[in-house]
Design a protein around this ligand. Sequence first.
Ligand code: NAD
Length: 552
Amino acid sequence: QFIQKYANHPTYIPPRGPELNAKNWQAEAALRMFLNNLTDEVAEAPADLVVYGGTGQAARTPEDARNIIEVLLELEEDESLMVQSGKPVGKVRTHPEAPRVLIANSNLVPHWATWEYFNDLRKRGLIMYGQMTAGSWIYIGSQGILQGTYETFAACGDRYFNGDLRHKLLVTGGLGGMGGAQPLAATIAGATFLGVDVDPDRIKKRLDTRYIDKMTHNYEEAKQWVLEAKERGEAISVGLVGDIGDVLERLIADNITPEILTDQTSAHDPINGYVPNGLSLQEAKELRQQDPAKYKVLSLKSMARHVGFMLELQRRGSRTFDYGNNLREFAQQGGEANAFNIPGFVPEYIRPLFCQGKGPFRWAALSGDPEDIRVTDEALKELFPENTHMIKWLDEAQEKVAFQGLPCRICWLGMGEREKAGLLFNQLVREGKVKAPIVIGRDHLDCGSVASPYRETEGMKDGSDAISDWPLLNLMSNTAGGATWVSFHHGGGVGIGYSQHAGMVILADGTERAERCLRRVLHNDPAMGIFRHADAGYEAAQENARKFGLEL
Ligand code: NAD
């Protein structure tokens, strides 16, 4: 009956309300968030179980999805389900303060960690791509990355434009699951925005969820709209259907130099993600099937051309940065020797935040009631009245963010703040101020949970970029501390071979058990970020370790 109602492939619906379907709230939370990842409003392609990021899946096959649900419905508080790349493989005996679900996605022994090897295993049904929050069941739609993107654009504004992005044009490619957050983040930050995507359906989805203001197939029309808006200092966003390389070429020819330039096409996957220049969507789909090797050659060549235009605009003055999709590496492989002259966004804008244990703290109201999120927003504003940046963000988000699936919120919080916020949410549940428990989680893109030399750990001070002991320690500390589900993935936003990272989600159900777990996990998790950066020699992190009494 439950399967019929909530998981009738390809239609997945998270249950809402205060009643349990599973035997306890820990399993119920995992169940609701798993279904939420796959629900129409959230997932990019529910029929393929793809949540976001090109091929990032929540479960390997529809049958695996059904099996996961069946196990979660029966799971006791002294059992934990193990999931191997989207397939439930067994239960182990644990205890109520241990994670209910243990997840490993896309991991390969390093020597074999190539897309070719991975894709072969995937074709044989042995593995799936988990991205970061797709396979770890805490993707919350485009809002998830909205805040991180806003932080990045705002930090760019602070650093180069005196904190004011009015009269500034921001150009980018890719308006998919993650990239679709860019137009709203840019307009909240005050900029005029032009985003380019080859797939008109992707842009339409952003129009429907109010993440973008206007759409056109016509370059001249888009150009006119954004130039007029920029002149007036109007923060509007325009989605243009086309190949990003072609559009950058035309901007150069027209002598238009955007102040800010980046990219979020799914470049991390040269075969199943990026669409080569000159191919229609249908042609690309066919070539992927018929001749993936040829597709890859075309894809790398197109990325080299694309990055060549980005470098030209950088020379002309655009503040240009890589936005975490591994575009530079594949452009280099495609023949653009100077691709890495474009800096990554983490060393440019985010690392100072990581040194404070700051990162993407997110939560979902399992009740399904948007009012519960409003209650948490207000409670946070009261808890941190001095954090004006957070308050501005929460106000903007309340007004501009349309919820997708279960109502969720995200804001970046640091060491100390995350623990306080988690305990506050537990109290709100206990006192009945919200209608059902709340889950708290985060992206794997965080201060202490990822090794990714072309993104989160690019250019570390001590050269420790590629050491993945750190995310493993993070996984182990969150498992030992009692997160409700934990995960360890390979690949993420930059692709197979390029990163390893850990995720965690923890339940606030108002109980004392939850309180003990929250105190441990929401302390340890950001502390890992401070340890990691202090150990690498960042003085700000060493200072923060002292400030928070962390023993190094
Ligand atoms: P997605 O697959 O949902 O969207 C990618 C979009 O790029 C698609 O809409 C596709 O049509 C478009 N595209 C592909 N080739 C194109 C071309 N030549 N010209 C114009 N458009 C083209 O992926 P997503 O979830 O939006 O993620 C985008 C990228 O960002 C991925 O590589 C992902 O791994 C990475 N990522 C970055 C971060 C971050 O924090 N910066 C976080 C998560 C993911």
